[in-house]
Design a protein around this ligand. Structure first.
Ligand SMILES: C[S@@+](CC[C@H](N)C(=O)[O-])C[C@H]1O[C@@H](n2cnc3c(N)ncnc32)[C@H](O)[C@@H]1O
Length: 278
């Protein structure tokens, strides 16, 4: 796993602190606070406003959040071996999954190179890497990137998934800059986009996770510009993941759609394959 940190990426301007679990985590917490120019705080817990903290535990880095007026602590972190991604790796549909069809795993020559321009916590990239794709992940939020890199670092030592993690390379940068500067010979087969979309409901666990990420990164209002750049740089196709009923981006009709229970993939064929489908 290779990575480059920061570039011109901006930190969130939320009330964000760094906290730690045990005395043995303090030195690492101090380093983190220095890197991100955040304040150290012994505890996160007060009901006067929403509060967020990067929390260093013995095991991992978490982003924890207390919403105003509630007592529950929400936490997010990147996890590749266990949890939903572990289950999906072992019991998911493999190459029959909608995401595999969307990137063209069956029709394009392997190994596919994929630029995931909206990496987040890396779940979609991990699925694609586990299907044999070589994935370059771009994430512009340094906070989300720190969680992603922490998850990947732990995963590197987990032998069941080491080989998958080796197919994932991270750059912390705005994808628009990377796409603009990309030399022709380095253009990926597929550019994958999963920009933030305003939620309809806030009552499920996934929605809370997405709500916290949105609090940190905001809505991705520049998604149309990202799609426009991606269409110029992807050698074979651009895949946009959208909520099932969301409008298409840019008002540009996709070559075809793959629609699931809650999500939809809009596929734009580019280059020489604009007449073929998945
Ligand atoms: C909905 S999340 C992606 C979730 C991801 N697909 C996953 O499986 O975990 C969108 C992420 O894209 C990032 N993002 C949006 N626009 C970006 C851009 N132009 N460059 C880099 N990252 C971007 C946001 O910071 C956010 O973390």
């Amino acid at each position: 796993m290779l990575y480059h940190l920061f570039g011109d990426c901006q930190l969130s301007c939320l009330p964000l602190t760094v906290t730690w679990q045990t005395p043995s985590c303090l030195a690492a917490a101090q380093n983190l606070a220095k890197t991100y120019q955040l304040n150290l705080a012994k505890t996160v817990g007060c009901n006067s406003s929403d509060l967020y903290s990067l929390y260093l535990t013995e095991e991992r880095l978490e982003l924890i959040c207390h919403y105003k007026g509630t007592t529950k602590t929400h936490r997010i972190f990147a996890e590749f071996l266990k949890g939903p991604l572990g289950y999906r790796r072992l019991k998911g549909g493999g190459r029959n999954q909608a995401i595999a069809k969307a990137v063209g795993l069956k029709s394009l020559t392997p190994p596919l190179t994929i630029l995931d321009a909206t990496a987040g916590l890396g779940a979609d990239s991990f699925v694609l890497a586990s299907l044999g794709c070589q994935v370059h992940l771009l994430e512009r939020s340094p906070i989300i990137a720190a969680l992603l890199l922490d998850g990947l670092k732990r995963a590197e030592d987990q032998k069941e998934i080491t080989e998958i993690i080796q197919k994932m390379q991270v750059t912390v940068e705005d994808a628009r800059k990377i796409l603009r500067d990309l030399p022709n010979e380095n253009c990926p087969d597929v550019v994958y986009l999963d920009p933030m979309f305003p939620p309809k409901r806030k009552n499920t666990l996934t929605k809370i996770e997405m709500r916290i990420i949105r609090d940190i990164v905001g809505d991705d209002v520049d998604a149309p510009e990202l799609l426009s750049l991606a269409l110029k740089r992807a050698k074979r196709r651009v895949v946009v993941k959208r909520p099932r009923s969301a409008p298409i981006l840019l008002g540009r009709t996709p070559s075809f759609l793959i629609t699931g229970k809650s999500n939809r993939y809009d596929i734009y064929l580019t280059g020489g394959n604009a007449n073929t489908s998945c």
